[in-house]
Ligand binder design. Structure first.
Ligand SMILES: [Zn+2]
Length: 382
């Protein structure tokens, strides 16, 4: 039986909003790479392949509660009010950017609580890429709501799939259901109380915690459903790691580059703390990583960590800034690798939600994201 098309959840309320004019990279003012053009390119690919994708703009409002489970309230209040305060105090209309970030060598002895708007920008942001504009809170909020809507559908199709497996009505482990949340701003660099790396609210973490919190979703042993997060963005997902660092559910796994942004996290020795020890798996790879090396590392990660975890759902932080010509990142990975990556994830055999993270080579975004999703459907090309 052929796999069902991948249901795609998106909304212009997140994809087209939040458009800072510029950012600073290597000291230079440059275009803001995390732009609506990225998602337009992906959407264009998906719309051109209607037999593989079913696109909906239906978004449910899950309110504030699932976001508050992951992010601290003072941080959320800051995101909501920062731009207005910034403008009132004469900040540049491009958006809020810190000038002073509490470097750990300074913060070690610092006991001052920041009240100044510029100081708060440093308190709640760890770099110069997460520019807060007038629409940023709304866009991040809607990205979270779209991801939650997709997650609710994941629960429904997963139940159908399990039922089908039991009854032998055509469902097969080789064709697990897949969904995709086409959202921005991305989320995996956003920690519980600090934004950065183009990320403000951690969409994957919010959706994962929501799944764990649903009282009616139980495993046979009575415990909550288990989720394995597979982060395949080029960069380490420091935010997702931090949010779940002390828990055994979810399992967080990440394949990313060594010696690149966010620089200070992503080492193999970051294994979790307390109950979380052993449930945070970082696999840093060299910048020279090729298609074969990447796919081999992914398959090894899946076999050694994801499969033994015995999850109920897979959440994929889908970044394609692994692509060789990405303007801000890039291994030596080519477009040929993406269907192979999707295929490796399909073979886990579990219901999967893909959530968009990074990827900045706009002209190749459609075919690269599409390649992963087509690979998940068992196809060998995008
Ligand atoms: Zn990235």
């Amino acid at each position: 039986m052929a796999p069902s098309p991948i249901k795609v959840f998106t909304s212009a309320l997140c994809t087209t909003m939040h458009t800072p004019a510029y950012e600073f990279l290597s000291g230079a003012e440059t275009q803001y790479y995390e732009s609506p053009a990225r998602l337009e390119a992906i959407l264009h690919y998906l719309e051109s392949n209607p037999s593989s994708f079913e696109i909906t703009e239906h978004v449910e409002d899950f309110g504030y509660a699932p976001i508050q489970r992951v992010h601290r309230q003072d941080f959320l209040d800051y995101l909501e009010t920062a731009y207005k305060e910034w403008i009132l105090e004469g900040g540049h209309p491009n958006g809020v950017l810190p000038a002073t970030i509490p470097h750990y060598k300074v913060a070690r002895l610092g006991r001052q609580t920041p009240v100044n708007t510029l100081a708060k920008a440093g308190e709640y942001c760890f770099d110069l890429s997460a520019v807060i504009t007038k629409d940023t809170f709304k866009a991040a909020w809607n990205a979270a709501q779209v991801t939650l809507t997709a997650t609710k559908e994941l629960v429904r199709v997963a139940a159908e799939y399990e039922q089908g497996l039991v009854e032998g009505t055509g469902a097969a482990r080789s064709n697990p259901p897949g969904l995709y949340a086409l959202v921005r701003p991305p989320g995996h660099h956003a920690q519980s109380d600090v934004c950065g790396g183009y990320c403000f609210m951690n969409n994957v973490a919010i959706a994962t915690q929501w799944l764990i919190d649903q009282p009616e979703l139980k495993r046979k042993d009575g415990g909550p459903k288990k989720i394995a997060i597979l982060d395949i963005d080029f960069h380490h997902g420091n935010g997702t790691q931090e949010i779940f660092y002390t828990t055994s559910n979810p399992l967080y796994t990440s394949l990313h580059t060594r010696d690149d942004y966010p620089y200070f996290t992503g080492a193999e020795v970051e294994i979790g703390e307390g109950q979380g020890v052993g449930f945070n798996i970082n696999i840093p790879l060299p910048q020279s990583t090729t298609d074969d090396e990447y796919v081999a590392a992914l398959e090894k990660l899946i076999q050694e960590h994801v499969v033994p975890y015995d999850a109920d759902y897979i959440m994929v932080s889908l970044g394609v800034d692994t692509y060789k010509d990405d303007p801000i990142a890039g291994f030596l990975v080519t477009s040929d690798a993406y269907p192979r990556i999707g295929n490796a994830i399909r073979k886990i055999g579990l219901p999967t939600l893909f959530v968009q993270e990074g990827g900045y080579c706009v002209e190749k975004l459609g075919v690269n994201v599409g390649g992963i999703l087509q690979g998940y459907l068992g196809k060998t090309t995008a």
